[in-house]
Design a protein around this ligand. Structure first.
Ligand code: PMP
Length: 401
């Protein structure tokens, strides 16, 4: 029968696991943003966390040369993967003073989102509990749901420095938990973890036989000379933990899709087995350019950090002048702000669009504990940030009412 005529449209029902995924929580803000743009409003967008700066020219040039090589037109070669893992292991050793075996303790991923998104499929059985911070980057929960697991939220409270209180996890939950996800430096709160916290998290994981995953996508985005520690620097960490590192923010390579997992060899092997059934690794030319980034990207990163520092100081300074009690972030390119007057975060973010033309991310989009906060990002130029401050100041009295 020819398609279409006389036949009812076939409805393809989605799998139950897909239906269980939470709705996209920034819908309302996106709608307000589009509406304002339609009305001809010129918006300053501090809502998204996608670096605006270009990838260093040397890395782009390496990609251009790699793209011309026949080897890279085929499936990624073992040689390219090994070279990348070796560069990642050397980078990790230089950066944290921790020696890792590139063959067994490092795995390239197609961006940390891919690695984190697939990890629970390799280690979570239906009904297993996964401990997830709240607020959080949404992938930990989605990945848990897709693996048939059950998320248990660990609140991140301002008074605890946005670190989860692991002592509060009850016995039953500890017994059922398979994974504890951490993310430091943290999106959205911009909090950093110190070595004492990592030590207690490793002890918790060892004691309860739980896998520890630290999403370190922002590990290199830190200011005033501060260097974030790695979870893997703690004694016993290699028995229970993996850490995910990304090139996206460090070298302004979000679009390139490349990062790596590093840590316990069995966890790395499990994720590698899962991935080998789903994808065929990172494009060889990207691997080649990413290898160059890990080997030579240090000086460029310093410049990037100075740029973010300047933006941070303008925005934090401006907000403080307006009387907002703002913590200046030590790391990440986010500012996590308490909404004045106890208003809802979606309502407040909508008001900022309407009255100041400034887009922010409402905290509740990152989880219930994010309610009462908004997130601003430093991923636009100083001109735009100054403009945002001027507009917020102008709208200030209206916002506080
Ligand atoms: N983790 C966090 C906390 C993030 O905010 C993001 C991206 N915004 C990612 C991981 C994903 O990064 P990648 O580009 O490496 O997939």
């Amino acid at each position: 029968m020819p398609p279409g005529r006389g036949r009812k449209k076939i409805e393809f029902e989605r799998a139950d696991r897909l239906k269980k995924l939470p709705p996209y929580l920034f819908v309302e803000i996106d709608r307000k943003k589009r509406l304002a743009q339609k009305r001809g409003m010129d918006l300053v967008d501090l809502g998204i966390g996608d670096p605006d700066l270009p990838t260093p020219a040397r890395i782009v040039e390496k990609l251009r040369r790699e793209a011309l090589r026949l080897e890279n037109h085929r499936y990624p070669s073992a040689r390219k993967l090994e070279e990348f893992s070796a560069a990642a292991a050397r980078w990790f050793g230089r950066r944290y003073g921790v020696k890792v075996n590139p063959a067994t303790q490092v795995l390239p991923v197609i961006g940390t989102k891919e690695g984190l998104g697939h990890f629970p499929l390799a280690f979570v059985n239906p009904g297993d509990v996964v401990l997830i911070p709240d607020p959080a980057y949404p992938v930990y929960h989605s990945a848990t749901v897709l693996a048939g697991g059950v998320s248990k939220r660990l609140p991140l409270r301002e008074e605890d420095g946005f670190l989860p209180d692991l002592d509060r996890v009850d016995k039953r939950t500890r017994a059922r938990a398979r994974i504890l996800f951490l993310n430091y430096p943290n999106n959205p709160t911009a909090a950093v973890a110190d070595r004492a916290f990592y030590r207690s998290a490793v002890e918790f994981a060892l004691e309860n036989r739980i896998i520890l995953v630290n999403d370190a996508a922002y590990a290199e985005i830190a200011y005033d000379g501060f260097k974030c520690p790695s979870l893997l620097q703690e004694r016993g960490a290699f028995e229970v933990a993996v850490e995910f590192h990304s090139l996206s923010k460090t070298y302004n390579m979000c679009g390139w899709r490349v990062g790596f997992a590093v840590g316990n060899a069995d966890l790395i092997a499990g994720l590698a087995k899962l991935k080998s059934n789903i994808d065929s690794d990172v494009f060889g030319a990207v691997l080649g350019a990413a290898t160059t980034a890990l080997r030579t990207g240090g000086p460029h990163l310093k410049k990037t950090l100075r740029i973010y520092e300047e933006r941070r100081d303008i925005l934090v300074g401006g907000l403080r002048e307006m009387g907002w009690d703002v913590r200046s972030p030590e790391a990440t390119f986010y500012i996590w702000l308490r909404v004045p007057g106890g208003q809802g975060s979606v309502r407040f973010a909508s008001d900022l669009i309407r009255s100041a033309g400034v887009v922010t991310a409402p905290g509740v989009g990152f989880g219930e504990m994010g309610e009462g906060y908004i997130r601003m990002s430093l991923t636009c130029g100083t001109g735009k940030i100054r403009q945002a401050v001027r507009r917020l100041k102008k709208a200030g009295s209206r916002l506080k009412s």
